[in-house]
Design a protein around this ligand. Structure first.
Ligand SMILES: [Zn+2]
Length: 331
């Protein structure tokens, strides 16, 4: 009786261990679908929508998916730019905090709500609210703020490798036009109505010392996970770090379910067969939503297409407020 009042039923026998590894509302990694478009596909004056979405449970207990947001009307004012006074080579934690509190100031509404109202209802700070959002959504939002502040034109500055060695600096006065963010690609996840949880079944299975694990569950990277990949200012991604950041549940493992926070570990990775590790890496490559913060620019030599990486995190102040200005040669 006690169990029934708690919502448990004793009408059915305990289900077999075969279903232990399957969590409800999860989507197979193989079934993830994307819609890909470019910023150029978005009408002028509009901002790119969140490619995953913010899942907000309001006072009525109903979870809603929000993909639209708005930026404060006077976002081009200097006082907003000053919030981004990051010094070069500051640690990743500082970058995440600074950008999160900046977004708390410049994002007017997420859906119909101000960030302050959402944070209050979740009993967290506004900074925490943004640092816990999906990385893909945060990158897109920062591009949205940039578009609202100064538009889509961007001045690129990149050096063509040897033997050309030309410094390609966009400066219309010197005959090199500015580029546009219109070519930037966005991969939006489709068919996701609830907070995404992706299931992947290992081909062999890994033994954790007590039980064999077949199913791993992934969530998209959060903004705060960026700290795993940014060391001394340079982003470094290793497959194992990515797995630690993204794997949120290992229901078949008693041992790993006792762990608070991140479930996957280097130790568990070391116990994997190559076939499982390779399949795991492929599975993670399928979970890459969001905006690609880089594009190709061509050199005057005509020989090279160069990758231009937008410095949206470490050099956010310049990117959001000043990167539409022609690049001048340093004196
Ligand atoms: Zn060149």
């Amino acid at each position: 009786m006690v169990l029934q009042t708690l919502g448990f039923s004793n009408a059915e026998p305990e289900s077999s261990t075969e279903v232990v590894g399957i969590l409800p509302n999860s989507i197979n990694v193989e079934d993830i679908k994307y819609e890909t478009y470019t910023i150029g596909d978005i009408p002028g004056g509009e901002l790119p929508e969140l490619p995953i979405g913010f899942f907000y449970t309001g006072a009525d207990g109903h979870e809603q998916k929000i993909t639209k947001y708005s930026v404060v009307p006077d976002v081009d004012m200097g006082n907003y730019s000053l919030i981004l006074g990051l010094k070069e080579n500051q640690g990743s934690q500082k970058v995440i905090e600074t950008l999160s509190s900046f977004l708390g100031e410049v994002i007017d509404k997420i859906g119909d709500y101000s960030p302050k109202v959402i944070a209050q209802s979740m009993k967290i700070s506004v900074t925490k609210l943004f640092s816990q959002m999906y990385l893909a959504d945060i990158t897109t939002m920062i591009f949205g703020v940039r578009m609202a502040a100064i538009g889509r034109e961007i001045a690129c500055n990149v050096e063509c490798p040897a033997p050309c060695n030309t410094m390609c600096r966009d400066n219309p006065k010197e005959g090199r036009d500015l580029h546009s963010l219109d070519v930037v690609k966005i991969r939006s996840m489709t068919g996701i109505d609830t907070k995404p949880l992706f299931r992947f079944e290992l081909p062999i299975g890994v033994y954790d010392g007590e039980s064999t694990i077949k199913n791993l569950y992934f969530q998209p990277l959060k903004f705060e996970d960026l700290s795993y990949f940014m060391q001394s200012g340079k982003p470094t991604v290793s497959d194992v770090q990515l797995a630690i950041a993204m794997i949120s549940d290992i229901p078949e493992s008693k041992r790993y379910n006792m762990v608070r926070g991140k479930k996957f570990s280097i130790e568990l990775y070391k116990s994997m067969r190559a076939a499982d590790a390779g399949a795991l890496i492929q599975a993670m490559q399928r979970i890459q939503p969001g905006l690609e913060p880089s594009f190709k620019v061509s050199c005057v030599c005509g020989q090279k297409e160069l990758d231009y990486a937008v410095q949206w995190a470490q050099n956010a102040r310049n990117f959001i407020f000043f990167s539409n200005l022609p690049v001048v040669e340093e004196i």
